[in-house]
Design a protein around this ligand. Structure first.
Ligand code: ADP
Length: 301
């Protein structure tokens, strides 16, 4: 098979692992810089061009679209879908997962466990926004944040009000979320490939922080999921429409709660913590599923 990996980080662990496993399985794997692709958008013969040449017809594309290049990256992924190439994660699903608000809305519609979350643009009544998610302490999140940056814990209603006002003054979009205290600074990361949890680890915060994904000194160890944790993670991936993703869960007194679905999960920490060969599972998924024109949306939406 001919497989392309779209990325702006060709030397990262995840990309190197996917390439190595693809080649070990006898495939040809090209690592392509997403930002250097340009597109010929015609109805007769749409193509993707790269360094002055038309890219070959790939059997499958693994799009690793980071937050920084969401707009252009999803357009390139979509172009491959338009051409009928099998995309491991469809562009529309990548866009859904990148937008925290949109994904929480989709998950809530399907009854998946979530922390109570409020969202507002110009709330007339910030106190009510805070009360509505159960009152302080609350977690305030920048919609555009990643890896714990822009996630703040406000211990009191007064602190929450000031933080919300400050963010709003900067025209930032934010979520206000119930603080799941009993998670104790830990989160469960489930790695999903093709509708199955193939690896799971528990990450624990350190240095008195509540964010499990921030510091290098945080610990990560293999974790055995309960039935409801496993079901929640699988359902969340399905609702967002991602074949390859991570689903982060908090363990709450009301059962597992999803906080994030990520369409480009890093493989290093999870492979190290669990000893699982996640990259090989991605390649096996492609071998089984990559058929031309088999994406659901064909680049629409
Ligand atoms: P990011 O997308 O920036 O990584 P997350 O929503 O994943 O932001 O939050 C970062 C970390 O903060 C999580 O891994 C988790 O440990 C902690 N966290 C996030 N939301 C909550 C919450 N509502 N209650 C308790 N802890 C939370």
């Amino acid at each position: 098979m001919k497989i392309a990996i779209l990325t702006i980080e060709p030397n990262s662990y995840s990309i190197q692992r996917l390439k190595a496993e693809g080649e070990d399985h006898g495939h040809e794997v090209d690592v392509i810089d997403t930002l250097h692709c340009y597109m010929d958008i015609t109805s007769s013969r749409p193509t993707v061009r790269y360094h002055g040449q038309e890219l070959p017809r790939y059997d499958a594309v693994i799009p690793r679209i980071s937050a920084a290049i969401m707009f252009y990256g999803t357009a390139v992924a979509r172009q491959f879908e338009v051409m009928g190439t099998f995309n491991v994660n469809e562009s529309v699903a990548i866009s859904r997962s990148r937008d925290k608000l949109r994904s929480l809305q989709l998950l809530s519609r399907k009854g998946i466990g979530l922390p109570r979350t409020g969202f507002a643009n110009k709330p007339d009544d910030i106190k009510d926004l805070i009360r509505n998610v159960g009152g302080a302490p609350v977690v305030i999140k920048l919609l555009e944040g990643t890896q714990g940056i822009g996630v703040v814990l406000a211990g009191t209603a007064k602190a929450a009000e000031s933080i919300i006002e400050a963010f709003m003054g900067l025209q930032a979009n934010i979520l206000v979320q119930e603080f799941i205290k009993e998670a104790n600074g830990a989160a469960i990361r489930c790695l999903i490939v093709g509708g199955k949890v193939v690896a799971a680890m528990k990450r624990q915060s350190s240095e008195g922080d509540f964010r499990s994904n921030l510091h290098l000194s945080n610990t990560a160890e293999v974790f055995k999921l309960s039935k409801s944790e496993r079901e929640t993670a699988i359902k969340a991936a399905k609702v967002i429409g991602l074949n390859l993703c991570s689903v982060d869960l908090l363990q709450s007194k009301n059962g597992p709660m999803v906080i994030e679905v990520n369409s480009s999960p890093g493989l290093q920490a999870i492979e190290k913590a669990t000893g699982k060969n996640v990259a090989a599972m991605v390649i096996k998924f492609i071998e089984k599923n990559a058929k031309p024109n088999s994406n659901k949306t064909h680049g629409q939406g």
